[in-house]
Design a protein around this ligand. Structure first.
Ligand SMILES: [Zn+2]
Length: 236
């Protein structure tokens, strides 16, 4: 089953990448995969990782990138704010997701009026509050993370158009939007009751579906952002 899930995720990732990147080539210096859409009208591009200035031709349908020069004078920030700013959302969001899954699991196996729930009520309510707090911090701080990434793009990469940056911006928006939706639903007590558990009725089942779908999408966008960030930091 895990293998099936992995194959589905890989298939979806391949399709999304093919749609966003189109035809690709690899930087001969650092091996970062770049898109033909990244080339300017003269077929040139500066590799965002290693600064190789590439001219890309197609020979018999195969991309042939040639290193013309290196971008020597590149802005080097003293403080790497963006990699630092990613840590808080990346640390807290999965914790919140895990806490929400625990509450969902307990809501399924425990009867809301049972003695076991009464004895754990304060613990469950605290867990629910903790999930909401972590989500608030992760989503709120992600605005600063995105801002620092945006500033890096404008300075270090001179605001040049790269599909990898476009994908990062898009995934950042998905992370924030899905997280804000989950926070809104939980804050309005549309999923968890004051006991910390889900009361199973039509409304809560509906919002529970949207809530966990939002968290899943947020988790996927976060994993994609980390993955792409790794490529931008280290090549491939
Ligand atoms: Zn490179």
């Amino acid at each position: 089953m895990l293998d099936d899930a992995r194959q589905i995720i890989e298939y979806v990732a391949r399709r999304v990448k093919a749609r966003v990147y189109g035809k690709t080539f690899v930087c001969p210096v650092c091996h970062l995969e770049l898109s033909f859409h990244d080339l300017d009208a003269d077929g040139m591009v500066v590799c965002p990782v290693c600064g190789a200035i590439l001219h890309v031709n197609e020979v018999h349908g195969h991309p042939l990138p040639v290193v013309i020069d290196m971008e020597v004078l590149r802005y080097q920030p003293n403080l790497r704010l963006h990699p630092l700013a990613t840590h808080l959302p990346i640390a807290l969001m999965p914790l919140a997701f895990l806490g929400a899954i625990v509450l969902l699991f307990l809501s399924i196996i425990l009867s809301p009026s049972g003695d076991s729930v009464a004895s754990m009520e304060s613990l469950l309510a605290s867990l629910e509050k903790g999930v909401l707090f972590f989500l608030y911090v992760a989503v709120g701080f992600s605005l600063l993370t995105m801002l620092s990434g945006f500033i890096d793009w404008r300075t270090r990469y001179k605001g040049r158009s790269y599909r990898i940056i476009f994908l990062k911006l898009a995934m950042g928006v998905v992370f924030f939007a899905t997280g804000a939706l989950a926070v809104g639903i939980q804050q309005a007590n549309l999923v968890f009751h004051s006991s910390g558990l889900i009361e199973w009725n039509a409304v809560s089942v509906f919002f529970c579906g949207i809530y966990f779908l939002s968290l899943t999408l947020q988790f996927v966008s976060m994993a994609t952002l980390g993955h792409l960030g790794g490529y931008l930091a280290h090549g491939k």
